[in-house]
Design a protein around this ligand. Structure first.
Ligand code: ADP
Length: 232
């Protein structure tokens, strides 16, 4: 491991489902403290890329390195131990356990669960059964579940969907604070105002390939991006 190596370096990642190529040679680099937005139309491969990086799906080709070390062949829990964690579009908590118990199950030794709960403003709900939480609180719990593993790379899949403007501001602030602590983030999101408020850089995907990499304000002027989003 070297500090000079990017936190995440995914290169030439290919993922096929039968005869369908969902990822067609994708590169993605994330540095410590950087928030990269991953955007693109439905079906462009964003969640598949998150699934491959987190180890939920095996890649068919390509390399994925964390701080210079290959993650090849590591199951999700091993990648988590190495520092990669993620949130899910549809969280699947242990519904019959309390909020706090859900975090106790996931937490690394020595993590202050109360501090993590407070950071996502779920401390008042610590003893509630998770099945009784609304969907926004379940999303925040899913973020907390990832945070108690002390990730160095956090992959965030559609966290903003369903949040009101006040909640969006809070979550954006929390993600920016994580980046300020040196965590690298990949944020998959449809809500462009949210992406604009937190990302340094976006990668635009279409049909399993990157079609643009750079600042969002430049992406919206890029002919290929405009064509994909507006069919222009
Ligand atoms: P996005 O997150 O950009 O909406 P996905 O990564 O979910 O896109 O999907 C990319 C493509 O791969 C879609 O065409 C989707 O139908 C397909 N796909 C995703 N997961 C599977 C799977 N498990 N089996 C077959 N096809 C899949």
């Amino acid at each position: 491991m070297t500090d000079a190596a990017p936190l995440l370096e995914a290169s030439g990642v290919v993922k096929r489902f039968g005869g369908f190529t969902a990822l067609d040679g994708v590169d993605l680099t994330v540095r410590r403290g950087e928030i990269v937005g991953l955007i693109g139309p439905n079906g462009s491969g964003k969640t598949t890329l998150i699934n491959v990086i987190s180890g939920l799906l095996p890649a068919d080709a390509g390399t994925i390195r964390l701080a210079g070390v290959s993650l090849a062949g590591l199951a999700p829990h091993r990648r988590c131990a190495a520092g990669v964690n993620r949130t899910f579009q549809v969280p699947k908590p242990f519904a019959s356990l309390s909020v706090r118990e859900n975090l106790e199950v996931a937490a690394l030794d020595g993590v202050d669960i109360d501090a993590v709960l407070a950071s996502v403003e779920l401390d008042a709900h610590a003893r509630r059964r998770v099945g009784d939480l609304n969907s926004v609180s379940q999303k925040l719990l899913d973020l907390a579940r990832a945070l108690v593993t002390r990730p160095s790379l956090l992959l965030v899949d559609e966290l903003a969907c369903g949040l009101n403007p006040v909640e969006l501001d809070r979550v954006a602030g929390r993600l920016r604070a994580l980046a300020a602590e040196g965590i690298g983030l990949v944020v998959v999101e449809h809500l462009m105002s949210f992406i604009d408020s937190i990302t340094d850089r976006v990668v635009v995907m279409n049909a399993g390939r990157e079609i643009f990499g750079g600042r969002l304000r430049d992406a919206v002027r890029d002919a290929a991006v405009v064509e994909v989003f507006l069919g222009a």
